[in-house]
Design a protein around this ligand. Structure first.
Ligand code: ATR
Length: 277
């Protein structure tokens, strides 16, 4: 049976095995999908061993996405621009590296949440790996404007410069949080890791335009702190990143198996489990 896995450190709490098992059942694909713990200094060794034992592909998570980028012998344009790889596919004489995170985000926004990104004014909070991975797919969906705001303004400015050639007709700019005062957005995406430390990006009030959506790449039971703060600031709708998790998995599954799974029942089941936990 074809073998796949998610590799990371830590990995025990990954939901990817459950998601891919559901996709495989639903599409009738015969495959096995495991969770693989790699030592922090043993990523390449772990990947080589998995491949030697029948591995066909891997999802890659913290802290190995940059190492996976380096390991790939061929990369998709979206992986090149993301500067990180979350999906590896083993071919006869090559290792293909892809990044499905940003496409997963866009699909969650458009297909699951019904938001038309074309013409949108988007605010992206953060300038780390999560933000960079989202930029190409977001710009490809033709927003009117995309602002990158970050605590360290220089990092946001560097990303805006890097992606300027991909902006098309969109206005792409960068700033710090203070400079957002008085501006309005249709979509605000939290791609900072602030909530891991129990913090929130210090945002000025009044950011949400009428009907705006606040989206947190983090997920959990009920509202995340970012979602709660967004509601209090007048966001019409809020969403967490569970849909992005399922959609990036579906993108990887489609790359490996050439069959697109139906994400809706898988997302609904995960939501039920998280809400009931
Ligand atoms: P990831 O891969 O999750 O994006 P990262 O590359 O470490 O992780 O980036 C973390 C992002 O969260 C950065 O944009 C960081 O801001 P700085 O570049 O200024 O460090 C942001 N971040 C982390 N903690 C934050 C906090 N308490 N308030 C605001 N932003 C924060």
């Amino acid at each position: 049976m074809d073998r796949y896995a998610v590799v990371g450190n830590p990995i025990a709490h990954s939901r990817s095995p459950q998601i891919h098992a559901a996709f495989a059942r639903q599409t009738g694909q015969a495959l096995r999908y495991e969770a693989l713990l790699a030592p922090v200094d043993g990523f390449a060794r772990t990947v080589a061993d998995f491949r030697a034992h029948g591995g066909r592909g891997l999802n890659v998570t913290v802290p190995f996405k940059l190492e996976a980028f380096a390991l790939a012998t061929r990369r998709t344009p979206r992986a090149e621009m993301a500067g990180a790889v979350n999906t590896l596919a083993f071919e006869a004489d090559a290792i293909l590296g892809d990044n499905t995170d940003g496409a997963g985000l866009v699909r969650d926004l458009e297909a699951n949440l019904g938001l038309a990104l074309a013409g949108c004014r988007i605010l992206l909070l953060g300038a780390g790996g999560a933000c960079r991975g989202a930029l190409l797919p977001l710009l490809a969906s033709q927003p009117a404007a995309l602002t990158i705001a970050n605590r360290s303004v220089d990092k946001a400015a560097a990303l805006a410069a890097l992606f300027a050639p991909e902006a098309g007709a969109a206005t792409l700019d960068a700033c710090g949080f203070d400079a957002l005062a008085g501006r309005r957005f249709d979509l605000v995406i939290n791609a900072t890791s602030a909530s891991l430390a129990g913090a929130l990006p210090p945002l000025p009030p009044g950011l949400y335009a009428e009907g705006a959506l606040a989206y947190d790449m983090m997920y959990g039971r009920g509202d995340t702190p970012f979602m709660a703060a967004a509601r209090a600031d007048g966001a019409a709708r809020v969403a967490d990143g569970l849909g992005m998790l399922v959609e990036q998995a579906a993108e990887s599954f489609t790359l490996w198996r050439d069959v697109r799974p139906d994400t809706a029942p898988v997302l609904a089941e995960l939501r039920r489990q998280i809400d009931g936990s």
